[in-house]
Ligand binder design. Structure first.
Ligand code: TLP
Length: 340
């Protein structure tokens, strides 16, 4: 049996053509701002997202945290959707690195303008100031759901009314772009800072981008330095990013089609899929977590749990239509053994 890895879209390996682009990259010392390939990637990303400036950072986590750090003071509150990556999967970084408290909004990751207005603390010495709203699109723990644009516009209005910084964790923003046909710049427009990852569905080995106004990115740049994220001849990585943006965006539609097929197959086999997928991941329920992990690993099928009784399967560049059929055969076999 050959391995099929559906744990995350982070597991992809650079293609030969991407490696070729990396090997040929012109480089310089990016801490001096002298790496031409990094500069080219940053200009390209800023233009794609309709922002004045962009900054390459080593990871989505650093992109998020460097987008929070300059715009808050210790004791401030930042608001985020339930189960947001920033709050759940970044090792407590908002508290540890920026000293902020986090309050969650809405249900399952999505929220609206009323949730924001209701959460803002009054201007009273008892309360810590509410400073920032963070939103995730697509939302990971919500099964790759696309955050509705009209809802985002309402949230942005509420944020502006109260002078809150608005940040988008767009680790998988291009999945939302491809799923909806709405350009990245439209999704990015309401936000002060936007991150997106090159190292997920886009298939680059390393790297994320933060976009914003020139002034905002100047502050994020300082935070990147403070967090130890200044890189030197990073053009080798930036070349992979440029290649990914040129060649791996439209193909995300294939991942979305594979996920839909996987979801339909899971339902046919008898698993409960919830919600049905909108992009490149599908969440389904399994009671026997340990048994399911053992049985799938025995069949060289890699799928991880995400929360109690829930598994997440993610499609990506290294998963073909045939792999999906093979994965479904293996899952049907697992179900036959009464592991559900
Ligand atoms: N998410 C990973 C795990 O950390 C859960 C994954 O496999 O999905 N924002 C979002 C929405 C993410 O899903 C992730 C990674 C990040 C930020 C962080 O990116 P990295 O791993 O580059 O720090």
């Amino acid at each position: 049996m050959f391995p099929i890895d559906l744990r995350s879209d982070t597991v992809t390996r650079p293609t030969d053509a991407m490696r070729e682009a990396m090997a040929r990259a012109e480089v310089g010392d990016d801490v001096y701002g002298e790496d031409p390939t990094v500069n080219r990637l940053q200009e390209k990303a800023a233009e794609l997202l309709g922002k004045q400036a962009a900054l390459l950072v080593p990871s989505g986590t650093m992109g998020n945290q460097a987008s929070i750090h300059p715009f808050v003071r210790p004791g401030d509150v930042i608001l985020g959707g339930e189960n947001a990556h920033i709050l759940l999967y970044e090792s407590g970084a908002p508290a540890a690195l920026s000293g902020v408290q986090v309050e969650t909004l809405g249900n399952g990751g999505l929220f609206d303008a009323d949730d924001v207005r209701a959460a803002i603390h009054p201007s009273d010495a008892h309360y810590s100031p509410t400073r920032m709203v963070c939103l995730e699109n697509t939302h990971n723990r919500a099964g790759g759901r696309v955050f509705p644009l009209e809802q985002i516009k309402g949230i942005a209005e509420a944020a502006r009314e109260h002078e809150l910084h608005l940040h988008l964790d767009g680790a998988r923003l291009f999945n939302a772009v491809v799923a909806t046909g709405i350009p990245a710049s439209t999704w990015a427009e309401p936000f002060d800072t936007v991150t997106f990852c090159l190292s997920k569905g886009l298939g680059a080995p390393v790297g994320s981008i933060v976009c914003g106004s020139t002034d905002v990115i100047w502050e994020v740049h300082r935070a990147r330095k403070r967090f130890g994220g200044g890189m030197r001849q990073a053009g080798i990585l930036a070349a992979a990013g440029i290649y990914a943006l040129d060649h791996h965006v439209e193909r995300l539609a294939e991942d979305h089609a594979h996920t839909r097929r996987l979801a339909d197959g899971l339902v046919e086999i008898g698993y409960t899929v919830d919600p049905m997928p909108e992009t490149n991941m599908v969440m389904f329920n399994v009671q026997d977590t340990k048994g399911f992990i053992r049985a799938t690993r025995e069949r060289d099928l890699w799928i991880d749990p995400m929360g109690k009784g829930q598994f997440r399967a993610v499609t990506h560049l290294d998963v073909s239509a045939d792999d999906i059929e093979a994965a479904l055969d293996r899952l049907a076999d697992v179900m036959k053994k009464e592991i559900r």
